[in-house]
Each structure stands twice: as C-alpha cells, then as structure tokens.
Design a protein around this ligand. Structure first.
Ligand code: ADP
Ligand code: ZN
Length: 294
C-alpha cells in the first residue's frame, strides 16, 4: 500500500491506496497546530502497512536536498508552521521512501499522468484559488531549482483602466495579487462567486491569466497550459483567456491551437491526491532514494 498527503493551508487530505492505486481510505483534517496535525496524520497511516508516501505541501517549502531547509515549511503566516520540519517528522515516524514537493506540483503531476496532460512532455499547471501557483513539468519530470518556482508572483502589466494594485504584501501588481480569488474579491468588493458570467470583471481576470500564459509560453514553450483551482470553474473565462492570449502574444510565436493549448483541468479537486499517489509509487519503485532526507 501507498500513502498520499495533500498538505494544504486549510486542510490536510490523507489517502491510502492499494497496489493498483485504488484509494482504500481517505481522511480530511483541518490545518490546526503542526503538532496536532502530525499526530493525527501518523495515527491515520499507522493503521495501514504503507510502503511509501507522496506529499504535496503548501509552501514555501525547502525542495533542494542539498540545502539546510530541505523538507521544511519555510516562512509562512500560518501560525506555528514556520520552519516546521514536516518531511523529517514523517520520515522519523515511518522510515519509508517519501516523495516531497509542493501542492501545486503534485496536482500538475496528476494532470500530466491522468488528466489533461496525458501524452504531453512539457506542461504548466496553474491553480487559481486562494492563492495562485504553478507547477512546471519539463520532460515529464517535476521541475524544481534551488527553490520551487513562484510563478504566482510574476509581475503583471496592469490592464488599461485597472487602478487596483493587488493584495500581495510583497509586490505591486503580481499575478496572485491581481488574479487570485481574494484579489477579485478586493477589487470588486464581494466574492467572485456572486458575479454574473457576463460581468466585465471576467475580462480583467482573463487579461491577467492570459498574460501569465504569454510569459510561460515565451519562457518554456510548453505543450499545454492547464488551469485548476476554484476560480477556473468559471468556464466563461476560457474563451476570454484564449483571445486575450493571442492578442497579447502578438503573433510572435506559434502555439498549438489555443482551444487545445489553454484548457481547464480534468481531475478537479482530485488532482493533488492522484498526483501524490503516483509520486508515492515512483518513490517506492525507485532503486535510488528520490526525494527524502536520510
Ligand atoms: P483553495 O485555494 O483554498 O484550495 P479554491 O481553489 O476553491 O480553494 O479557492 C478559493 C478561492 O477561489 C476563494 O477566494 C473563492 O472565492 C474563489 N472561488 C472558488 N470557487 C469559485 C468559483 N466557482 N467561482 C469564482 N470564484 C471561486
Ligand atoms: Zn506577489
């Protein structure tokens, strides 16, 4: 059996699957104190004979095994979680191979293997929700550098007439600050869920998401750009993103047909757990230890 953890800022989702990756048990626990969450997580997995674990964690996290912050949750506003060595604690509790990466990376991997990215080599997966993040898959592998990429903080050129400067405490007019769910809410004064599909705000939202697509297109030339997260459930966004993308790209490079290039995720909320289980499988089957501290 294998285990998966989607460690979110609001909740942890835990799952155990059999050798065919069929989920046999699943649990959600609210992200309270790290001590409490850890205890419940360990209690849950101790009921099963798991041979490996895949973890996608909220961040920022340390992802480079050569650095001292590897396996840690780094500086975060989540009370008690800054500098918490989550990977090491789990390693000590279970002593099994663990694949450790970000929440958005596991979702990107899920979409690559079993969602809209099937058959693709290179993809970018954006999540547009409480925050904005992106996972990069290059040559079918999750890409990380000395840090995981922070595509959610791409600096945006504001759309003409938008005087809102965003909600990111670090940057003016970054993607997350301008286009996350809470950013829309701040710009319009109420939740994005209450907007009609015809509201002009979707045009503004599409402009920023399209600009992010232009940026990742010129940087990585991926085969596909996939959008997940709550805000992406607004299907009317997609034609708007595609036409704004073509306009902002200015015909400079060829891309696959936009309808196939900028698409809605297929796995919905399951992408994270699906990806984490696939990565747990990979950790177990690999003769070399993939991604855990000794
Ligand atoms: P999380 O990021 O916490 O995992 P979500 O992806 O659902 O969860 O993102 C929550 C944010 O996205 C909130 O700001 C919420 O208002 C917004 N949101 C969620 N679903 C929708 C929707 N269907 N339409 C518009 N906004 C949404
Ligand atoms: Zn920012």
């Amino acid at each position: 059996m294998i285990g998966a953890i989607e460690a979110g800022g609001t909740k942890f989702v835990l799952a155990v699957a059999d050798d065919k990756r069929q989920i046999v048990a699943r649990e959600k626990i609210p992200t309270t104190s790290p001590e409490h969450v850890l205890e419940e997580t360990i209690d849950f997995f101790k009921q099963y004979e798991i041979e490996s674990l895949g973890i996608g964690s909220f961040g920022p996290i340390g992802v480079d095994p050569a650095r001292s912050d590897y396996g840690y949750i780094k500086k975060t506003p989540k009370v008690g979680w800054s500098n918490f060595p989550l990977l090491l604690k789990l390693k000590n509790a279970f002593n099994i191979p663990i694949y450790w990466t970000t929440d958005v990376n596991v979702a990107a991997y899920g979409e690559l293997q079993e969602g809209r990215g099937i058959g693709k080599k290179n993809l970018v997966y954006f999540t547009i929700g409480t925050g904005v993040g992106a996972g990069l898959i290059l040559n079918k592998q999750i890409y990380t550098g000395y840090n995981h990429p922070e595509v959610g903080h791409l600096i945006m050129k504001p759309v003409v007439g938008d005087h809102f400067t965003g909600i990111c405490p670090y940057h003016e007019s970054c993607l997350e600050g301008m286009a996350s769910g809470p950013a829309i809410e701040k710009r319009i004064g109420h939740s994005a869920k209450e907007l009609t599909t015809a509201d002009n705000e979707w045009q503004t939202e599409a402009f920023y998401l399209a600009q992010a697509c232009v940026d990742v297109t010129v940087m990585f030339a991926p085969d596909i750009i996939i959008f997940g997260g709550g805000v992406s459930n607004q299907e009317q966004l997609f034609p708007k993103i595609r036409s704004s993308f073509l306009q902002q790209l200015g015909g400079y490079v060829d891309t696959p047909p936009v309808e196939d290039y900028i698409v809605h995720a297929a796995l919905g909320d399951d992408a994270g757990i699906v990806g984490a289980l696939l990565l747990a499988d990979k950790a177990r089957d690999s003769s070399v230890s993939l991604s855990y501290t000794e």
